[in-house]
Design a protein. Sequence first.
Length: 204
Amino acid sequence: MEDAQNTPGNGPAAPGNQPVSPTPAQAGPGAVSPPPGPGPKPGPAVPALQPDVPPNLSGAAAAGTSGAASGEEPGGRTSIAEQAVAKVAAIAARAVPGVHALGTGAGRTLGAVRDAVAGSDSSATAGVNVEVGETEAAVDITLVADYGIPLTALADSVRSAVYAAVEDLVGLNVVEVNVSVADVHIPEALDPRTAKRQPAAGQD
């Protein structure tokens, strides 16, 4: 029986006739690393997002560099004259049931004469005085009430109407509305002076 020749790399067969996987060579100065095996291929490089500008706002930020930023109100200053506020308050007060007129009798007469001479419309704001600031307003109302109307309730109704009209239509914050009832209008049927002028029944 011939002796088996010991050839380098050839050894006795492994038990079970299974091939023995070669031992990987240790890395050395002249060692060559094996080629990489099959695996996932690297995808295209993804550009990094800028941390300061969100992706959905990058276009808006670039467009807003030359103009006003998005969401800002346009600049400017609004000035509202006292005459405008007084007219709004006067119309609201006259619309309240039970208000016969605004102002006193003498004031209305003087206003009518002034309007006829100067051609103004000061009678539209008779009995109304206002103080207007940048964001606030104060209103004083002088009125003549109809007879039979509770005066305190009438003053409260006028105050509420003026508050709502000035704040909604003018846009100012009303700090106070002072209501002064200067007189009560009595109908002719209840006026004792008219009754004295009428002849008694059955007399010519």
